[in-house]
Design a protein around this ligand. Structure first.
Ligand code: IPM
Ligand code: MN
Length: 352
């Protein structure tokens, strides 16, 4: 029996989570596992109503779940930074979700803006460090508001944090068993402290994995290769900030934010899974948003929970529905409503 915390969140979050849960029910019946859902009201609406973002008690309760399934956090009426820092980043830091796992997989039949590249070429995973770097919040102002103002934002990289992230990436690369190639994405030519640590630690761990091909690319160059030669990549590992940036680029190559999902993983504790798209407020309540990203997040959740057969079945359903049924991955142009896409997936699973 899996205990799953559900955070539908803001904007279109609840609409896509609803379809994710529809798929969960279908696949649980098919694969004979049981689960219990507990809903949490977090996000912009609650903040506007009560001033609360993520109460300590909720954070404590989260620790007792097997997984957290999140729709979207973000509200047009709330100053940028508040909900992000106090909900999303706080969950990442306080629950020590130190891996941000972002599969980049182009499903058959899904449009990519990259000419002449298809599902064969666009199939890799980005492992983003999720608790340190520029996101650590280290720095501050001097003489704020004066002409002499100084703003400092430091990138924090600990040996422990870098090592556990790299170890996860090496293990994943091994398990994936594709090209057995792990690309470290950094900026060793300029950030000569931070990425010196990354590079040294990478080289040390690589000794334990002689079958994995070593690879390195600067972050600016990797942006070129991800567009020009995505087939070069198997697993990419990088720091928090670079990972944030390159995974948005990667998401576009796999069909956009309607498709891309992320896992915020603590391999020793509870993990959180979310679509990458955000709350998309302008589509709220219209039943037009693409739920595929939320289903991909669910699929990752099942995989991490150890329900590998169930995860595979969900992926098959997504491949089929995306390639044969849906007309587009863009909101409002799918040829189906949000709930109809969920129905198609649940139906495929039930009949499998
Ligand atoms: C992401 C998002 C977040 C990040 C924001 C919303 C804080 O862009 O999950 O990639 O920067 O990590
Ligand atoms: Mn981002």
């Amino acid at each position: 029996m899996y205990k799953i915390a559900v955070v539908p969140g803001d904007g279109t979050g609840p609409e896509v989570v609803r379809e994710g849960l529809k798929v969960l029910e279908a696949v649980a019946q098919k694969k004979n596992f049981t689960y219990e859902l507990t809903d949490y009201d977090l996000g912009g609406e609650r903040y506007k109503r009560t001033g609360e973002t993520l109460p300590d008690s909720v954070l404590e309760e989260f620790r007792s779940f097997n997984a957290i399934y999140l729709g979207a956090i973000g509200h047009p009426d709330v100053t940028p930074g508040i909900l992000e820092k106090q909900i999303l980043l706080r969950m990442r830091f306080d629950l020590d979700l130190y891996i941000n796992l972002r599969p980049v997989k182009l499903f058959p039949g899904v449009d990519t803006p990259i000419k002449d590249k298809g599902p064969e070429e666009i199939d890799y995973v980005v492992v983003r460090e999720n608790t340190e770097g520029l996101y650590a919040g280290s720095g501050g102002f001097l003489k704020k508001g004066t002409p002499d103002e100084v703003a400092i934002q430091e990138s924090v990289n600990t040996r422990k944090g870098v090592e556990r992230c790299l170890r996860y990436a090496f293990e994943l690369c091994q398990k994936r068993n594709k090209d057995k190639k792990l690309t470290l994405c950094g900026k060793t030519n300029v950030l000569t402290y931070a990425f010196d640590l990354w590079q040294r630690t990478y080289n040390e761990i690589a000794e334990e994995y002689p079958e994995i091909t070593r690879d390195y690319a600067h972050v600016d160059a990797i942006c070129m290769w991800m567009v020009k030669n995505p087939e070069w990549f198997d697993v990419i590992v990088t720091d928090n900030m670079f990972g944030d940036i390159i995974t948005d680029l990667a998401a576009m190559t796999q069909g956009g934010v309607g498709v891309a999902a992320g896992g915020n993983i603590n391999p020793e504790g509870v993990s959180m899974f979310e679509p990458m798209g955000g709350s998309a407020p302008k589509y709220t309540g219209q039943n037009v948003i693409n739920p595929i990203a939320a289903i991909a997040a669910l699929q990752m959740m099942l995989y991490v929970l150890g329900e590998e057969d169930a995860a595979k079945l969900v992926e098959d359903a997504v491949k089929k529905v995306a390639s044969q049924d849906m007309k587009s991955m863009a909101a409002g142009r799918m040829g189906y409503s949000t709930s109809e896409v969920g129905d198609l997936l649940a139906d495929y699973i039930a009949k499998a």
